[in-house]
Design a protein around this ligand. Sequence first.
Ligand code: ADP
Ligand code: MG
Length: 235
Amino acid sequence: MTLISATDTTLAYRLEGVTRTYRQRDRQVQALASIDLDIAAGDFVTIQGPTGGGKSTLLQMLGALDRPTAGTVMLGDLDIARASAAELARLRAHEIGFVFQGFNLIPTLTAAENVDMGLEPLGLDRPERLRRIADALVRVGLADRHDHRPSELSGGQQQRVAIARAIAKQPRVLLADEPTGNLDERMRDEILDVLEQLNTEGLTLVVVTHDSAVARRARRRLRLAGGRVTDITRG
Ligand code: ADP
Ligand code: MG
């Protein structure tokens, strides 16, 4: 039996006044302009909006890949804006799963070995690693594809391996930048089914997408333009 912990009902993220300015020669580009945003634990949020609107910058903040110029990015009770580089690395290794448009699998490794890559920083013993790999591949519907290399898998299956790699570490949140951008409709729906199932099991999802079919599955849809949140809709 699993006990419901206090954190299950609290926030995954709380962003206050998050601003990110890039300096380009003598010009300042404000990629994010004082964003205030709460993301509840267990939410499924999509981020849409025009190119240059700040979507990737926001995802980098949530993923502890970058720090804001001003403001706070609380993940649980840790402020990503003020955490040390070592703390950010630990967050990325243990608490945050990433999925990218291009899958980013290692072509010479099997599905199981690719998933194992995500576990490397955790220092688990071999039986626990094998258990996590098997469990993650089951959860994405690839229990029978352990020994296949990326070239022996469809695009949708490759993205499911990438999702397995991201969830094997049992992260607090899963962040995805255009996860279905390289896939046809059928494979997109395959990925959406997997993401929806993971969300039903309690995983917090934040997905950047251009595809309104992806956004329709979300609990909350966010629009970003000019570095500002211009719209929030409940799904
Ligand atoms: P989106 O993902 O919505 O297309 P981005 O977050 O990538 O938008 O970019 C937001 C704005 O910040 C754009 O004007 C972009 O040119 C600028 N920008 C993003 N990254 C950098 C960077 N590393 N250096 C300078 N400007 C950047
Ligand atoms: Mg982008």
